[in-house]
Write a protein that binds this ligand. Structure first.
Ligand code: C2E
Ligand code: CA
Ligand code: CA
Ligand code: CA
Length: 275
């Protein structure tokens, strides 16, 4: 019966323990990952509907783990946020993205995701300013992507920081629009330059009337507020056509280009000029 007990335990052992174990291991490995050069920045193009040209790139973090292979940011960013390592990792990707943009994508906008854990620190604005100064990127070409969750609870501090970043010339994008809380009140309260429609609405365009209505309404709203509007996760020509008919200014997604390591992003860019 003891044996049965142990088997039962094994069968019913909740996946939670393994998940926590894996997170603990990732957290330990993360310590050395920066020094060992295991992080890599991928670049995904954003394309203007008006010109069919690339207007810029979003920097997306990858972790090339020596034993586990490439790990998705969806898995390791929450771990990095929970243990605070996102602060040094975030500073690293900001610098990498600006350096690569200056060197390889002159005149193009570079968008960098900023974690709430980074953004809520009072030092963030000064660090961003210094990174721009040291890398020589034009502040207007750097766009910081933030999410609504970052604005919850600390309207005043967040507003002051956004205003300061804007006065330094940075652009601010509201990422994953429509997935958080109080989206509309945030739009009136914070001076965003760009709104990114979340992929969940884009992926519903062909099948879901409500997703179509929401996508169209968000595009209209952004256009009438004079903000740039980007649809994320565009995978099919039908989605792109619908968004273009709605007046969406920019598209991002696998249809236009997947996130690629810098050398491949440069190659893809050159190929796009040749046709
Ligand atoms: P996000 O900022 O919403 O980034 C868009 C995600 O959608 C990326 O996933 C991108 O690879 C993926 N994607 C782009 N086009 C398509 C498409 O057509 N179809 C589908 N199915 N997916 C598409 P990724 O690179 O795995 O990043 C996931 C999330 O991790 C990001 O979501 C962002 O929240 C976070 N993240 C990534 N890099 C960083 C970073 O450097 N710092 C911080 N704080 N977060 C990051
Ligand atoms: Ca983003
Ligand atoms: Ca997004
Ligand atoms: Ca997201």
């Amino acid at each position: 019966s003891k044996k049965l007990g142990r088997n039962c335990y094994n069968v019913f052992k909740p996946g939670m323990n393994e998940l926590m174990e894996r997170r603990r291991e990732l957290e330990g490995d993360m310590d050395k990952a920066l020094q060992r050069g295991e992080f890599e920045v991928y670049f995904q193009p954003r394309v203007s509907v008006a010109t069919s040209r690339i207007t810029g790139y979003e920097a997306l973090l990858r972790w090339n783990h020596p034993d586990r292979g490439q790990i998705s940011p969806q898995e390791f960013i929450p771990v990095a946020e929970a243990c605070g390592k996102i602060v040094s990792i975030g500073a690293w990707i900001l610098r990498q993205a600006c350096t690569a943009a200056v060197e390889h994508f002159p005149g193009q906008r570079i968008s960098v995701n900023i974690s709430p854990v980074q953004f809520q620190r009072a030092e963030f604005v000064e660090e961003a300013r210094r990174t721009v100064e040291e890398t020589g990127i034009r502040p207007g070409l750097l766009e910081l992507e933030i999410t609504e969750s970052m604005l919850l609870g600390d309207d005043y501090g967040a507003l002051k920081r956004i205003e300061k970043l804007k006065s330094l010339g940075f652009s601010i994008a509201l990422d994953d629009f429509g997935t958080g809380y109080s989206s509309l009140s945030y739009l009136s309260k914070f001076p965003f330059d760009t709104i990114k429609i979340d992929r969940s609405f884009v992926s519903g365009i062909e099948t879901n009337e409500n997703a179509r209505l929401i996508a169209r309404t968000v595009v209209d709203l952004a256009n009438s507020m004079g903000k740039a509007i980007v649809a994320e996760g565009v995978e099919t020509a039908a989605q792109a056509e619908f968004l273009i008919r709605c007046g969406c200014g920019e598209l991002q997604g696998y249809l236009l280009g997947k996130p690629l390591p810098i050398s491949e992003a440069i190659e893809a860019r050159q190929a796009s000029f040749e046709d």
